[in-house]
Design a protein around this ligand. Structure first.
Ligand SMILES: [Mg+2]
Ligand SMILES: [Zn+2]
Length: 176
């Protein structure tokens, strides 16, 4: 199968507002403009993946089952907006476990490239923390976008908000 470019999305702080350990639909508020932004990538031929650290599971704040239920609902909402999420990859571990999958480590990307033929060098990652951008750089993902008020110097692009990112990508589709 021909290698596919991919968009890797962090969840909390990118797809939804990060209130800290979000685990229910009631707490899950989609970021303004997220569907429009992801659709630009999907229309440009990208597979869409979510990669998320969920140490709330390892800390005992919520169960793996609750996380799966929330993820299934989140994917349904994307689907209702015409967007297919190929997979939601997550790290359930406590930081003290020093696992290989917690960002900025690269395990989640390796799990995905073992299952999907992904062309990492032509792929993008969108995140809101230095650990997201570090993962992109460690894993050899071609481009990274930092979202938030504080720039992350090692990212390819930086925007204050998802809507600002959408405006830029919309006018610079040639970069995708
Ligand atoms: Mg985040
Ligand atoms: Zn892990």
């Amino acid at each position: 199968m021909y290698p596919h470019k991919a968009l890797f999305l962090d969840r909390d702080g990118v797809i939804n507002i990060d209130y800290g350990y979000v685990s229910t639909q009631e707490q899950f508020h989609f970021s303004e403009g997220i569907f429009e932004l992801v659709r630009l990538f999907e229309e440009a031929g990208y597979w869409i993946f979510v990669i998320t650290n969920q140490s709330g599971i390892g800390r005992g704040y919520y169960t793996q089952e609750a996380f799966h239920q929330l993820s299934a609902w989140m994917c349904e909402v994307f689907q209702a907006h015409g967007i297919t999420i190929q997979a939601v990859e997550y790290c359930p571990h406590h930081p003290d476990a020093h696992c290989h999958c917690r960002k900025p480590n690269t395990g989640m990307i390796e799990h995905l490239t073992a299952r999907y033929p992904i062309d990492l060098t032509h792929s993008w990652l969108i995140g809101d923390k230095p650990s997201d951008i570090a993962l992109a750089n460690h894993a050899g993902i071609g481009g990274s976008i930092a979202i938030g008020s504080t720039p992350i110097p090692t990212s390819t692009l930086h925007f204050e908000s998802i809507t600002a990112c959408y405006d830029y990508i919309q006018h610079n589709r040639g970069r995708l």
